[in-house]
Design a protein around this ligand. Sequence first.
Ligand code: FES
Length: 115
Amino acid sequence: MFSNLEALSTALNNMAMIKLIHINDIDNDDMMQITVNNQNYLVAKINDRLYVTEDMCTHEDAELTMGCLSGTKVKCPLHGSYFDLTSGAALNEPAEDPIKIYKTSIKNNFLYIDE
Ligand code: FES
């Protein structure tokens, strides 16, 4: 029993939280690219809710923040596939694979993700 708790505690301590932005650094119905440790993230705010995904299309090399938002969907600038920011799902071809989405949390008005 104790060893399970110890293992859980170790796992939680090893979970990396990455600080992205202050929650007021982005307007509603807008998205931005944030780079941390050479990793590009798409951060979007829709109806005061923040979403974070990887900022790369799964079809070819195109940064999704160069596309446009439509509600909780983002359109790839290169061939027009839409991705659902809530699930990461590719909604139409040519992209088929989902983008990675991140679990978010807010502490002291800063947005964090679990890596
Ligand atoms: S690169 Fe995004 S749909 Fe082709």
